[in-house]
Ligand binder design. Sequence first.
Ligand code: 0L1
Ligand code: MG
Length: 254
Amino acid sequence: MISISEKASILHRAARTQTPVKQFSLSENYSLESAYQVQHELIRLRQEEGFPIVGVKMGFTSHAKMKQMGVKDVIIGQLTSDMQLNKREPLLKANCCHPRAEPEIAFRLNTDIYEPLTANEVINYVDRVAAAIEIIDSRYESFKFSLEDVVSDNCSSCAFILGQWCDVPLGLNGLDMKMSFDGQLETEGSSDDILDNPFEALAASTRLACRYNIPLMKGMIVLAGASTTASFIRKTLNVNLRVDGLGEASFTII
Ligand code: 0L1
Ligand code: MG
């Protein structure tokens, strides 16, 4: 049995050396609670390198993905400052194992949150919303993992880019989300595919953050999750996401 701190060190090293490892669940069963402890330890190692927590990400937010994974609930991971890309800064493919891009919506919190909130309540706790792209990059060989493995691996998070922050509209349903690779449409989804409504994903983040002692503080970012399955990035690319009413987010990978 591999200890919690050993699992975290293995995953941290895998990310830093771009060397995927075997999923832990092939050799042992472990609980979701232990998996979140591994995630906390992994984040502690990042913080030790000088990268503070800047937000959280929600995973498995589309019904298709939940079905594919055989799970009934979403998962939560943590974002550190080194993961945030800016427009002028390309993502280096050499720093990833096998990156994929996901079209998402991001929120910015205007207040610290210490309790689970409903979708109707949580709208009062955000001051901005933006189009966002998440780059996921499992540290497991062949992107294969159990629920516990992926939670330990900080929900496959690797990097993210935000578009311009916008005012929060009263509703976020029915927004078309088109992601293109080098100007060619790669995937198209709707904001309805993010847990039926991105505010539901935001509410779920408050429930899971409270349950697993993950901070949700004023100014933090919440990536609400993807509207479609992730797309493999195989070569140098310009990736662009356009969300109806929220504008665009884009980055280059070289
Ligand atoms: O952000 C996501 O929804 C991905 C969660 C982890 C599962 C995966 O790596 O596909
Ligand atoms: Mg995602």
